[in-house]
Write a protein that binds this ligand. Structure first.
Ligand SMILES: Nc1ncnc2c1ncn2[C@@H]1O[C@H](COP(=O)(O)OP(=O)(O)O)[C@@H](O)[C@H]1O
Ligand SMILES: Cc1ncc(COP(=O)(O)O)c(C=O)c1O
Ligand SMILES: [Mg+2]
Length: 276
């Protein structure tokens, strides 16, 4: 039996909830074969859990990407790419590979951390990554940075940002309203380049959602590898991450990761899809 091959170009979250750890667990849950090209290693201060981001040399990243791509990859996801050079190396390699199932998760900040990764990265993401995206999955802050509109606060502002990001080259856009948007439900906006849809699930009253964004984007990636359409892929990803958040748990006093395997064990909360 052969498996669909999924590659994440992402950072290591040593605490295991986000980053390539989330991606591999999520790929496994979706029945795909996961591979990693590691960009950075994130460690946490045991007293206070401040994050520390250490980039790896780009020559080493290039070798990892070459290794993975030589096997014939069905879908690629990008996660934390902390420098402009890493973004360029990743973008050039994806472009050369000719892979069309590309999910760009434009990670700029870790939840719970105030510090934004190198702000110059936004321009590099726009130049090297967005034009490759079958779908990109910014949270509200990231959408505002990419679109140049400032952080959207309403569905109308999310629509304007999604249009802008689509114009920058992403074929489809999901803006994750998540917990931050002042709506009753956990609301994401999906723009397929023509139509807008709201994806909604119950908002979980919990702070145990570390890794939610990575888990969502990795689900989309695995779904594309498995042959789903972009719309089907994002709807299933919303179910998958909603279940993972509903079963989030306390790793220690500082962080609560999602439970990546929750959907297959406990089922998923209902997701409603409304065309706008
Ligand atoms: N408290 C919550 N309850 C339900 N869904 C949530 C909650 N927080 C985030 N989500 C969902 O998790 C996914 C990831 O969103 P978000 O946490 O905003 O991303 P990121 O981790 O990149 O900041 C989205 O589908 C969002 O709607
Ligand atoms: C390596 C890495 N990638 C990505 C993220 C972003 O995680 P989230 O899914 O919560 O947006 C983090 C956050 O800690 C991280 O450490
Ligand atoms: Mg994120």
């Amino acid at each position: 039996m052969t498996l669909k091959k999924t590659l994440t170009i992402a950072g290591s979250d040593t605490s295991g909830g986000a980053g390539m750890q989330a991606d591999l667990k999520t790929f496994q849950e979706h029945g795909t074969y996961g591979m990693v090209a590691l960009t950075v290693i994130v460690t946490m201060d045991p007293n206070g859990w401040t994050h520390n981001v250490t980039p790896l040399p780009t020559e080493l990243l290039q070798k990892q990407i070459d290794t993975a791509l030589s096997t014939g990859i069905d879908a690629i996801k990008t996660g934390m790419l902390s420098t402009e050079e890493i973004i360029r190396v990743a973008g050039d390699a994806i472009a050369k590979s000719g892979t069309s199932n590309v999910v760009i998760d434009p990670v700029m900040v870790c939840k719970g951390e105030d510090e934004v990764l190198n702000p110059g990265n936004t321009d590099a993401m726009i130049q090297y990554l967005l034009p490759l995206a079958a779908v990109t999955t910014p949270n509200l802050f990231e959408a505002g940075q990419l679109a140049g509109t400032g952080t959207p606060k309403t569905i109308e502002e999310m629509k304007a940002a999604a249009r802008k990001i689509h114009e920058l080259g992403a074929k489809a856009v999901v803006i994750k309203g998540g917990k931050a948007l002042a709506t009753e439900k956990a609301t994401d906006l999906f723009f397929d380049g023509e139509k807008f849809y709201l994806l909604e699930s119950e908002k979980v009253a919990s702070t145990y959602n570390h890794g939610a964004g990575c888990t969502f984007a990795a689900s989309v990636t695995a779904n594309l590898a498995n042959g789903l359409s972009v719309k089907e892929a994002v709807i299933e990803a919303k179910e998958f991450v909603s279940a993972a958040i509903a079963h989030g748990w306390a790793l220690n006093d500082y962080v609560g990761p999602v439970m990546h395997g929750a959907k297959s064990r406990f089922g998923a909360p209902e997701v409603t899809v409304t065309e706008l």
